[in-house]
Design a binder for this molecule. Structure first.
Ligand code: DGL
Length: 253
């Protein structure tokens, strides 16, 4: 059983990739909907939630944990690893390295929550993997909440995306890293703004490959997904079709 968690719906974009990479595994997906969004919370608050969810998923028999949230990874993945030394933990970090390697203009941008944007972990990632590239970090307050409310077609969101991205594109940014798992569900809105001027970089498939490498019994399971939410569990199930996750919905236990 693989435990996957996020503050809410964003991690479902990672779960989709995990299911594709590990079709026979069973998953527990935990959405911390009583505390979403994480992006405007302190590192200490996020750590408390991550450790509590880690304990819960480990208690339910998960032998591998995937932190399907950039904000939680930046704030608490090391604390989670220390709390569960016997359980491999896979985190999600913005794809700075692939974006820096692929950029021709040597200008990349990362869209992230406020917490991730100011995190020491993101700035170390940039120092380590994008030393010869200019990296613009753009905090996007409110975007994760728009996804939680399933307001993906909100004109105000499209206009905020345009306001944030146009100046970056005008400067020649050619890779835009999705540094929050919720933003994968905003890809159509972002592509409408970007058109052919830049490429989006999402790491969900890379995270899934890493989980497959660490999964000890990848074929032991029935390909089922068990859902858990700290508030409004019915909304979690109902969100699958709205997020075009029809295939995934058929696996819900
Ligand atoms: N999905 C999360 C991330 O990847 C956090 C969004 C939020 O709760 O603010 O950063």
């Amino acid at each position: 059983m693989i435990g996957v968690f996020d503050s809410g719906l964003g991690g479902l974009s990672v779960l989709a990739a995990l299911v594709e990479a590990l079709p026979h595994s069973d998953f527990r997906y935990y959405a911390d909907t009583a505390h979403v969004p994480y992006g405007n919370k302190s590192e200490a608050e996020i750590q408390r939630r991550v450790l509590a969810i880690g304990d819960e998923l480990a208690g339910m028999g998960c032998h591998l944990l995937v932190v399907a949230c950039n904000t939680a990874t930046a704030a608490a993945v090391e604390a989670l690893r220390s709390a569960h030394p016997g359980i491999p933990v896979v985190g999600v970090e913005p794809g700075i390295k692939p974006a820096a390697q692929a950029s021709k203009s040597r200008l990349i941008a990362v869209l992230a929550t406020e917490s991730t944007a100011r995190s020491a972990r993101l700035h170390k990632l940039i120092r380590d993997h994008a030393a010869n590239v200019e990296v613009h970090v753009e905090p996007c307050p409110g975007w994760a909440t728009q996804v939680e409310m399933l307001q993906l077609d909100d004109p105000a969101l499209a206009s905020d995306a345009r306001k944030r991205l146009e100046p970056l594109l005008a400067r020649g940014v050619d890779r835009i890293v999705l540094g929050c798992t919720h933003y994968s569900f905003l890809a159509p809105v972002l592509r409408d703004v970007i058109r052919d001027r830049a490429e989006l970089v999402d790491v969900a498939d890379a995270v899934a490959r890493q989980a497959r490498r660490l999964a000890t019994t990848p074929s032991a399971g029935h390909g089922r997904i068990h859902l858990h939410a700290s508030a409004h569990p019915e909304r979690l199930r109902a969100a699958f079709p709205r997020l075009h996750l029809h295939q995934l919905a058929t696996r819900i236990a």
